[in-house]
Design a binder for this molecule. Structure first.
Ligand code: UD1
Ligand code: CA
Length: 498
């Protein structure tokens, strides 16, 4: 489609008072992106001559977001309504543009095809303005399309200005239009702020065009969801739900099973391979790529991660900015983050955190462990409760563990430190020096047993208590724990008779 005579104008200067937020409305997110980014992405394939956005409220932040998407901005300050916003946009619109597709920055569900159909229809009818309208169940809050007896468009009447007999009109103004600019500009000049907010409404330009005898068309959006605007938090939630539903449907169409899909949240750029299975209450976020035959079990969050084929993520596991190779298994309750990489068939179990570390093929670290800034060679077993002490208060230091190493339980590896291939580290060690290949590293106090010590201590304690009780005239005041121990000894007595 050639749209070199079309300019896109996105109105994004408003504050969004009804959201009661410190953040500009168009930067609020739904379906995993800011509202305005959705709008820009829907417009991009139209290949218009230029995209211009009118910014005002929090102009700096909104401009930064738009510039990165290739959109030019024009500053509207103060914001005196959608009609005024269009006048501001004029300064940034190239004179060669014949048509403008105008969109609000807060209606993010609009689709490219619908915009293309709007532009096509506008050209075909030779109209001065074509409004994208929609018939919706609950039109409250929207401007209504008021038609003449012959069905032609007479005006757009804002919700606050409706007569009682107009309230039932279900055809609403989406705020998405195509204008012939030579017809629009003279009308905008004659707009008056005829409302309580003292604003210039772009909607009033429609009545002005009609009074001049111009051709104004309204075409219905096939899917009324597409025009939903986000004025309130409730609207944001409703729009988010539509995006999420669309994304889940696309993922399921790609051959993925999603159990209780309404509980699963998937960001727009996520991909999942065929025959993977996603259990309830899972979140797949950011640029996550999941291969085929994977299972993501309930309660897990996977963000900006790569999962190759046949990966199993057990319940309640976080996988953040990490890479899980074929056949790896993680969780339940594991936390992989910031560049963790598991090579083929490696396994990480419950309450194990892995940060910026590479675990070689077949490595196992199954229980209660922290591996940070570590490299672990293939076939190594990391015992329960192993900690890499990677941080000395100033620097993060590396731990290098070779292939086929056995790290005993409850080992602290004080980095920087190396354990050579094939070495053993005894349980409970605090390893501060390198362990050579095939050696045993043992760094713990030697055990000493004192025979009979415990029995003798119990006898001493019993004798001391007895002499205290039998002291004449002395009332023994018992503390709470003492009372408890007396109960216990009474219960123990009968067993002694046997
Ligand atoms: C607008 C329409 C209404 C339509 C509805 C659809 C007007 C007067 N009303 O109402 O007919 O049914 O959208 O969602 O146009 N903006 C600016 N500068 C301003 C004011 C607004 O750029 O001075 C931008 C806002 O950031 C927003 C868009 O224009 O993205 C629409 O403004 P908003 O206040 O949301 O209008 P609605 O009351 O929703
Ligand atoms: Ca709105």
């Amino acid at each position: 489609m050639s749209n070199s005579d079309v300019v896109i104008v996105i109105l994004a200067a408003g504050k969004g008072t009804r959201l009661k937020s410190a953040l500009a409305k168009v930067l609020h997110r739904a379906g995993g992106r800011s509202l305005v980014e959705h709008v820009v992405r829907a417009c991009q394939p139209l290949k218009a001559r230029e995209m211009v956005a009118v910014v005002g409220h929090q102009a700096e932040d909104v401009t930064a977001a738009l510039t990165s998407l290739g959109v030019k901005t024009a500053l509207q300050n103060p914001q005196r309504g959608t009609g005024h916003a269009m006048l501001v946009a004029r300064r940034a619109i190239p004179s060669r543009a014949k048509y403008a597709i105008v969109l609000p920055g807060d209606a993010p569900l609009i689709r490219t095809d619908t915009l293309a159909a709007l532009a096509r229809s506008h050209r075909e009818t030779g109209a001065a303005a074509t409004i994208l309208s929609a018939e919706i169940e609950n039109p409250a809050g929207y401007g209504r399309i008021v038609r003449n007896d012959d069905g032609s468009v007479a005006a757009i009447v804002e919700d606050s200005a409706l007569h009682d007999d107009q309230r039932a009109i279900r055809e609403i103004n989406s705020s998405i239009y195509c204008f012939s600019l030579d017809k629009l500009w003279p009308c905008l000049g004659s707009l008056k702020p005829q409302n309580v907010h003292k604003e210039l409404y772009l909607t009033d330009a429609i009545a002005v065009l009609r009074q001049k005898g111009e051709n104004v068309q309204a075409i219905l959006a096939a899917d009324p969801d597409e025009v939903l605007g986000c004025n309130t938090r409730g609207d944001l939630a409703a729009v988010d739900a539509v995006f999420r539903r669309r994304k889940r449907a696309a993922i399921m169409d790609a051959g993925v099973t999603i159990e209780m899909p309404e509980t699963v949240l998937i960001d727009p750029e996520v991909t999942v391979g065929a025959d993977s299975r996603i259990e309830p209450c899972v979140q797949l976020l950011g640029k996550t790529r999941i291969g085929s035959g994977c299972t993501i079990r309930t309660g897990s969050v996977v963000s900006d991660a790569v999962l190759e084929d046949n990966v199993l993520v057990k319940p309640h596991t976080m996988v953040i900015a990490s890479h899980l190779s074929q056949g790896t298994q993680v969780g339940p309750f594991a936390h992989l983050r910031d560049g963790a990489r598991l090579e083929e068939n490696a396994r990480v179990g419950n309450f194990v955190e892995v940060k910026k570390s590479v675990l070689g093929e077949g490595v196992k670290s199954m229980h209660l462990t922290y591996l940070g800034d570590a490299r672990v060679g293939a076939g190594t077993n990391i015992g329960a409760g192993t900690i890499t002490c990677n941080y000395d208060g100033v620097h993060k230091n590396p731990t290098t563990i070779g292939k086929r190493v056995f790290i005993g339980s409850d080992t602290a590896l004080v980095a920087p430190v190396r354990v050579g291939d094939g070495a053993y580290v005894g349980a409970g060690s605090v390893i501060t020096e390198n362990v050579p290949p095939d050696a045993l590293g043992l760094a713990r106090g030697r055990q000493v047993n004192f025979p009979g010590w415990a029995a003798s201590r119990r006898r001493q304690m019993a004798a001391a208590t007895k002499s205290l009780k039998s002291r004449p005239g002395k009332k023994v005041k018992r503390s709470a724990p003492a009372r408890r121990s007396r109960t216990r000894s009474r219960q123990a007595k009968p067993s002694r008779k046997h």
